[in-house]
Design a protein around this ligand. Structure first.
Ligand code: NAD
Length: 437
């Protein structure tokens, strides 16, 4: 089997490398010449654990290559995957499908045999049919089928998520295309991964329903956490107490500064817009979007409050800037809301992130970037943990006390134990663990 992967970002590169590990010949195509140059030189343009070895091994085995030329990439391929970005469209929040449609047109111009065109990007219901229409219009003679195969991997655990997924969803309208997809995912059939075959529209809908459900779960526990603070309850125990119920499940019940990242914010918004367009509003998701948006800003207020009500002229150290650990992805990270608010309130912000500082510097140029957590805290008035990187889990508490002007910690990820921190003399603020009592 041979495939072309259009878009060599977080999803395209991981998926392409994993398919090559399955034994498929994969050509990763991207318009970004610098990205392709680096990949050809053996550099990985993103941070994703394990990806460097996976790519290197498969390049060496001759199953994985990179190009900017789609014609070269599509030569003799059985399937071409579209894994380009679908960001929020400026102004209205709909998914911007211009990259997907541009890729569809380019595919039409380069098809040289029966080809399965697979949308791996997260795309609103109806996009697969439009991709089909675009290709058919340019190539009335074209021999092709369009499939939807949404991706559920998580950055930071992407390889394992792709290799051992909970399920694979494939929206396909013909036996011929289903057979190609079955061949591509053969190793997962062998390990008895559930494969859900549906029509195009259903598959597209599954991806949005999954992401908005998860975003709702996070937002639910965040609001419960706020209430826990008021009533003196501990949200960790509440999460455990409800999560042990099999109908609820324990995952995604960890309170924090609000969901971020490259998927949940844009996908919740896009589904809200689709639902409004079809006259079937999703009021729960509309509220989730609103609550989460406010929450990120409220986190800055929480830091200000912990600093005695003002950060004017003070220095705040932020540990972690990416939207979650084990990635360098800064898209829609809570830090993008928190930092400007603190600076507006007069604070100097020092920041440290193990992998995200290059990306962060492009978006948050006013932070003073440091080379370690301890350097960021040296002489600061307070420290806030924004992302729960492992290296922030076992900081030397006594050393922090000597570095900070006063022992003030705002732990937006509940990394530390409130009782221990308070016993160690910290003014310690966390999320949903009775901090206001
Ligand atoms: P990304 O921005 O990291 O990568 C997209 C890549 O596509 C870029 O390198 C860009 O240069 C390239 N590109 C755009 N148009 C092109 C064209 N016509 N030809 C060749 N290359 C082109 O995006 P991503 O994070 O990998 O996300 C891709 C899609 O996957 C999105 O729809 C996203 O919602 C979905 N998704 C992302 C994740 C995730 O964790 N990042 C998880 C599941 C699904």
């Amino acid at each position: 089997m041979r495939i072309a992967m259009i878009g060599t970002g977080y999803v395209g590169l991981v998926t392409g490398a994993c398919f090559s590990e399955f034994g498929v010949d994969v050509v990763c195509v991207d318009k970004d010449e610098e990205k392709i140059r680096r990949l050809k030189a053996g550099e990985i343009p993103i941070f994703e654990p394990g990806l460097d070895d996976l790519v290197a091994n498969n390049v060496k085995a001759g199953r994985l290559s990179f190009t900017t030329d789609l014609a070269e990439g599509m030569k003799g391929c059985d399937a071409v995957f579209i894994a380009v970005g679908t960001p929020s469209r400026r102004g209205d929040g709909h998914a911007d499908l211009s990259y997907v449609y541009a890729a569809a047109a380019e595919i039409a111009d380069n098809m040289d045999r029966y080809t399965v065109v697979v949308t791996k990007s997260t795309v609103p219901v109806g996009t697969g049919r439009e991709v089909e229409r675009i290709i058919r219009q340019r190539r009335p003679d074209g021999d092709f089928d369009v499939c939807s195969n949404p991706e559920f991997l998580r950055e930071g655990a992407a390889i394992n998520d792709f290799m051992r997924p909970d399920r694979v969803v494939i929206g396909a309208g013909s036996d011929r295309s289903r057979e190609v997809m079955r061949q591509l995912y053969r190793p997962l059939f062998l390990i008895e991964t559930p494969i859900v075959f549906t029509e195009l529209e259903t598959s597209e809908m599954i991806k949005y329903a999954a992401n908005t459900f998860l975003a709702t779960k996070i937002t639910f526990i965040n609001e419960i956490a706020d209430l826990c603070e008021r009533v003196g309850a501990d949200v960790h125990d509440v999460a455990k107490g409800i999560g042990l119920d099999g109908r609820i499940g324990r995952k995604f019940l960890h309170p924090g500064p609000g969901y971020g990242g490259s998927c949940f914010p844009k996908d919740t918004l896009a589904l809200v817009k689709t639902a409004q367009d079809y006259g079937s509003p999703l009021r729960i998701i509309e509220t989730v979007v609103d609550v989460n948006h406010r929450r990120k800003r409220a986190m800055a207020e929480r830091i200000v409050a912990a600093c005695g009500g003002s950060v004017d002229g003070k220095t705040v150290a932020l540990l972690g800037l990416t939207f979650k650990p084990n990635t360098d992805d800064m898209r829609d990270s809570p830090s993008l809301d928190i930092v400007p608010e603190l600076i507006r309130a007069g604070a100097t912000v020092r920041g440290y992130d193990p992998e995200g500082m290059d990306e962060a510097a492009k978006l948050l140029p006013d932070i003073k970037y440091c080379q370690s957590a301890y350097e960021a805290m040296d002489g600061a008035d307070a420290v806030a943990i924004v992302t729960e990187w492992n290296e922030f889990r076992a900081l030397d508490i006594n050393r922090i006390k000597t570095l900070l002007k006063a022992p003030v910690m705002i732990d937006l990820r509940n990394v530390y134990d409130p009782q221990e921190m308070r016993a160690a003399g910290f003014a310690y603020t966390c999320i949903g663990r009775g901090t206001e009592r």
